[in-house]
Ligand binder design. Structure first.
Ligand code: FE2
Length: 100
């Protein structure tokens, strides 16, 4: 089994799906960790934003919009969770969850 290279995947613009064998083979190069840490925090914040909208909005079009985007952002976050091990993630994730 070959290890997938993250930079190659990105440059080829090939989508990865969470849980896929390809995603599980990704090994993050050390110099890519800071950028992925920022991406992971952003996905965490996005999930919290859409959860927050669903917690307060009763407008059906807004809720439908938030549901669709929450599903997408949760998928992004699951993929980032697979790619970036917990020790490499931002220490500020709790703040991102609250701020979102
Ligand atoms: Fe996203």
């Amino acid at each position: 089994m070959n290890e997938a290279s993250l930079p190659n995947r990105l440059s080829e613009n090939i989508p990865l799906t969470p849980g896929s064998a390809e995603a599980k083979r990704i090994r993050v190069p050390h110099d890519t960790v800071p950028a992925l840490r920022s991406d992971h925090a952003g996905e965490t914040g996005a999930v919290s934003i859409y959860r927050g909208i669903l917690a307060v909005s009763r407008l059906e079009p807004v809720r439908a919009f938030a549901c669709r985007h929450l599903e997408t952002e949760q998928q992004h976050l699951r993929l980032m969770d697979e790619i970036l091990t917990p020790t490499k993630r931002s220490k500020l994730l709790p703040a991102w969850r609250v701020a979102g």
